[in-house]
Design a protein around this ligand. Structure first.
Ligand code: 5GP
Length: 190
């Protein structure tokens, strides 16, 4: 997706530890016209798929998922929570996830009432690195007896193993920008 790649080149900042910071348009301040274009592009990439629910993970996936829903007949968006809360009661689906950016393990949680057997679920997230977040979300879809129609990623770090691992598993994975390297502060696309 050319518009996204141009924006990454213009405003992305490479940080220590192989992290790309995109706070000015995706992870902190959200550029709504860009998010609309992202939503439209996901609709093109998954055209013909029936989607009943979009599933993502807090916090950065929420904006992308909410706007993308507008291009999928405004289906509900469910976001997995990363922390315990008194508001999150009742039966839960849970999965362990290791955070790439924070270096900690946590348990993602989704209330069972919001994912039903047979639901066709599109999973979305902002970044794909080692694939931990997507694996956790796929596990939750499986626990619910729902069907993952595919995974949509805004920025895939192609130099980390998550994308290859998921494609080998047969997951329909669509990444709108795939980075081949961010070494020495130089951003290149696959
Ligand atoms: P994974 O679970 O695939 O290893 O990592 C994906 C998750 O880690 C995403 O949900 C995203 O929030 C975060 N992440 C991984 N790499 C980066 C990065 O380079 N920049 C930012 N902003 N987030 C990242």
């Amino acid at each position: 997706m050319e518009l996204l790649k141009q924006r990454i080149l213009q405003d992305g900042q490479v940080r220590q530890g192989g992290i790309l910071k995109v706070d000015s348009f995706l992870n902190h301040r959200m550029d709504i016209p860009l998010l609309r274009a992202i939503g439209q592009e996901f609709a093109n990439r998954f055209a013909g798929e029936q989607v009943d629910t979009i599933l993502t993970i807090e916090a950065s996936g929420i904006g992308v998922a909410a706007i993308t829903s507008l291009y999928f007949q405004e289906v509900p968006v469910v976001f997995a929570k990363k922390t315990q809360s008194k508001n999150l009661d009742g039966a839960l689906y849970t999965a362990p996830v290791h955070s790439y950016t924070k270096g900690v393990d946590y348990t993602i949680q989704v209330a069972q009432q919001y994912l039903k057997k047979g639901d066709r679920v599109l999973i979305l997230d902002d970044f794909l690195a080692n694939g931990q977040a997507l694996q956790g979300l796929l596990s939750i879809v499986e626990q619910a007896g729902a069907v993952a129609v595919g995974c949509g990623i805004v920025i895939e770090k192609g130099f980390q193993p998550g994308g290859a691992m998921l494609r080998e598993r047969g997951v329909h994975l669509e990444s709108l920008a795939i980075l081949s390297s961010i070494a020495d502060g130089q951003i290149t696309f696959a």
